[in-house]
Write a protein that binds this ligand. Structure first.
Ligand SMILES: [Ca+2]
Ligand SMILES: [Ca+2]
Ligand SMILES: [Ca+2]
Length: 409
């Protein structure tokens, strides 16, 4: 049967329309989460061996390694970036779109047991706080009711056990990304801000930071993403004791989002926009490892697991990866990169089609043996095939670059 070019084109459009409907409208209904920001491995308690996932869209949830939902929040949330399990077993959530942090009852997710609300004047009087800090420019206060997704954009919440630092109260460390500000709130008693770093209108201190962590040595490490650096500050004096930047030939940090102390003086860094993880040795003050993978698609968070592998949340492909620390090989993919099926199928189809055409050209060429290589048609097909293979390999890197470019504008 001879199929005309027109018929082939119509068939092609129908097939890809059906695939698009299946993978963009139907499959997502059955996928438990999408666009995971922070992911934590749970190493103790009832959910040991599971993962706490904070997806940008949907519910904060606990899943097992087969993506079965073991627990989920009562409400659909919007723009969630981070959640943590508290020592009492409850879930602390950075409720980003509502500009607040909430503690949800693990036994009854409909119950909010504690909250800190950035728009609640009983929890924080911003004007008073700003004057206390000596900030003269208060223009940022005008935007509290702006139409942005979130005025503050809370993108990190950590519980800090006060007894580890000689305090008689526990606290919550918070990153307010839009305000270029990190604050620490008294969790046990007053909800007041007990510490802060950054200033909304001075982007030289912090600029759209991610993931502040209080290290065991008492210092605070912050990914100062917009300034392409990571800093460690003495929490008391606020003096910078370590600044990590990269230059040629490593390429500057592009939206660094995570920097974990993984022991032996090593720090595991997530350089999201460059689709890579880095390991920095504080002893030798040098970069000792770069882990890259074509599977990385804007990795948001990386944690060292007890077994020596790395847990990575892969923001753009809706997956969580277990990565071999030594080789960078992907040992396990949790979740399904459903959004990638249609573009991958398109590229694969193009590769197969051009391979068939290449074969046909070789067969029908009137030139003999190696002289067939002089046929122009042949080169056209080879170029298409090579471009197809390269775009498959670099697909995640290209999408991440476009995404970061778009977000950072
Ligand atoms: Ca977390
Ligand atoms: Ca953190
Ligand atoms: Ca981490």
């Amino acid at each position: 049967m001879n199929v005309s070019k027109k018929q082939a084109t119509i068939g092609f459009i129908i097939i890809f329309s059906c695939l698009s409907v299946i993978f963009y409208l139907i499959v997502p209904i059955f996928i438990p989460y999408s666009t995971p920001c922070d992911v934590d491995y749970i190493s103790e308690g009832e959910y040991t061996g599971c993962y706490l996932v904070s997806p940008v869209w949907g519910r904060v949830m606990i899943i097992d390694e087969n993506s079965n939902i073991k627990w989920q929040n009562h409400r659909e949330e919007f723009f969630i970036h981070d959640s943590d399990i508290l020592p009492n077993g409850n879930i602390l959530i950075g409720d980003t779109s509502n500009n607040r942090v909430i503690e949800v009852d693990i036994n009854d997710p409909s119950k909010i047991l504690w909250s800190w609300d950035a728009l609640n004047s009983f929890h924080i009087n911003w004007t008073e706080f700003s004057f206390e800090q000596g900030w003269t420019d208060l223009s940022f206060l005008e935007n509290q009711n702006s139409l942005l997704v979130s005025w503050t954009l809370i993108n990190d919440v950590d519980f800090i056990n006060g007894s580890m630092f000689g305090r008689n109260y526990d606290s919550i460390l918070l990153s307010l990304n839009n305000l270029n500000l990190v604050i620490e709130v008294n969790y046990s008693e007053t909800r007041e801000i007990v510490w802060s770093y950054g200033q909304p209108t001075n982007i030289n201190i912090l600029y759209h930071q991610h993931n502040p962590d209080r290290y065991p040595n008492g210092n605070t490490v912050i990914c100062d993403s917009g300034n392409h650096r990571i800093i460690e500050i003495n929490t008391t004096t606020k003096e910078i004791v370590w600044e990590f930047k990269l230059e040629f030939p490593h390429g500057k940090l592009r939206v660094a989002r995570d920097c974990d102390d993984i022991g032996n003086g090593l720090r595991l860094i997530t350089d999201s926009g460059n689709n890579r993880l880095l390991v920095y040795d504080m002893n030798s003050q040098s970069l000792i490892k770069e882990i890259k993978s074509p599977w990385f698609a804007n990795p948001y968070d990386a944690d060292m697991l007890d077994n020596g592998n790395i847990l990575v949340s892969n923001l753009l492909t809706d997956t969580i990866l277990i990565v071999d620390y030594e080789t960078g090989l992907i040992l396990r993919i949790i979740g399904f990169p459903y959004k990638w099926v249609v573009p991958y199928t398109l590229i694969l189809t193009a590769i197969v089609y051009n391979s068939i055409q290449l074969f046909k050209t070789l067969k029908t060429s009137e030139r003999k043996k190696l002289r067939k290589l002089l046929d122009f048609q042949l080169y056209r097909r080879i170029v298409y095939i090579v471009c197809g293979i390269l775009s498959l390999y670099f697909f995640n890197a290209i999408i991440t670059f476009l995404w970061i470019f778009n977000v950072q504008g």
